[in-house]
Design a protein around this ligand. Structure first.
Ligand SMILES: Nc1ncnc2c1ncn2[C@@H]1O[C@H](COP(=O)(O)OP(=O)(O)OP(=O)(O)O)[C@@H](O)[C@H]1O
Length: 235
């Protein structure tokens, strides 16, 4: 069974201005699935729609066999989808530990055990648990944002450009952490500007163009395709 199935979804920021014009998108268990495409194609909009920040005007969004399209973000989070937005994804004036508590807000129970598990996964956060988040490096802040997502023990984690603004070394480390999340059983939906590197760690890729599916397939096949490379991956 799919973890997530988006079927023919239409959504946008205002009535009559639809950004997604009938998108299909599937994530299976233990898959990393990339969404790439030109600027403005609707990649972030697709993640926001799945996470419940935008309401689809048509189509279906299924988490396993439960229809979640149109539900509110906290409910979607409770059902097992965690969304890590590109920006403003940690509280700079709170400590690392307090940020983890905020990440568990919708789960409410076993917060301490959940935080311990998140810090087990990212030991650097345990070392820095009493530091304010704004004092972390860019890469550590992104780890914290992902750790906050883990607090609800999601089945599916949606990451919107997690390596934006990171050094190449920090980006490579973060990609390694994303693989580790898959290895512990999480399914991952990943939007990245850094398309080639993201595709290289992913199982399948969807190319979105102007709010529509353009190409999809195993990432290694798309990476090896000269035409796709030229059109969408900068040559
Ligand atoms: N909050 C918003 N209100 C209105 N329109 C928006 C909003 N956010 C994005 N858009 C518009 O939706 C369209 C798709 O944007 P989106 O951010 O989903 O694209 P993207 O594929 O993620 O692009 P990028 O790679 O540039 O981030 C763009 O035309 C953008 O201007």
């Amino acid at each position: 069974m799919n973890v997530l199935a988006v079927e023919n979804v239409v959504a946008g920021y205002s009535v009559g201005d639809q950004i997604l014009k009938g998108v299909d998108f599937v994530v299976k268990p233990r898959e990393i699935v990339c969404i790439v495409g030109p600027n403005g194609a609707g990649k972030s909009t697709l993640l926001k729609t799945i996470a419940g920040l935008l309401r689809p005007s048509q189509g279906r969004i299924l988490l396993a066999d439960k229809s979640i399209g149109g539900m509110k973000p906290p409910d979607i989070s409770k059902f097992g989808i965690a969304f890590v937005p590109q920006e403003h994804n940690v509280f700079g004036n709170m400590t690392v530990y307090e940020n983890l508590e905020m990440g568990g807000y919708v789960a409410r129970d076993h917060i301490r055990a959940r935080a311990e598990a998140a810090m087990d996964h990212f030991p650097v956060l345990r070392q820095k648990r009493r530091q304010l988040a704004r004092t972390l490096s860019g890469g550590q802040r992104q780890l914290l944002a992902v750790a906050m997502a883990l607090m609800v023990d999601p089945e599916l984690i949606l990451l919107d450009e997690p390596t934006a603004g990171l050094s190449p070394v920090a980006a490579t480390e973060l990609f390694g952490e994303i693989i580790r999340l898959r290895d512990v059983g999480k399914a991952i939906g990943l939007v990245e500007q850094n398309a080639r590197d993201a595709m290289a760690i992913s199982d399948r890729t969807y190319v979105l163009v102007d709010g529509r599916n353009n190409v999809e397939g195993p990432s290694h096949q798309l990476l090896a395709d000269k035409e796709i490379s030229r059109k969408f991956l900068g040559g």
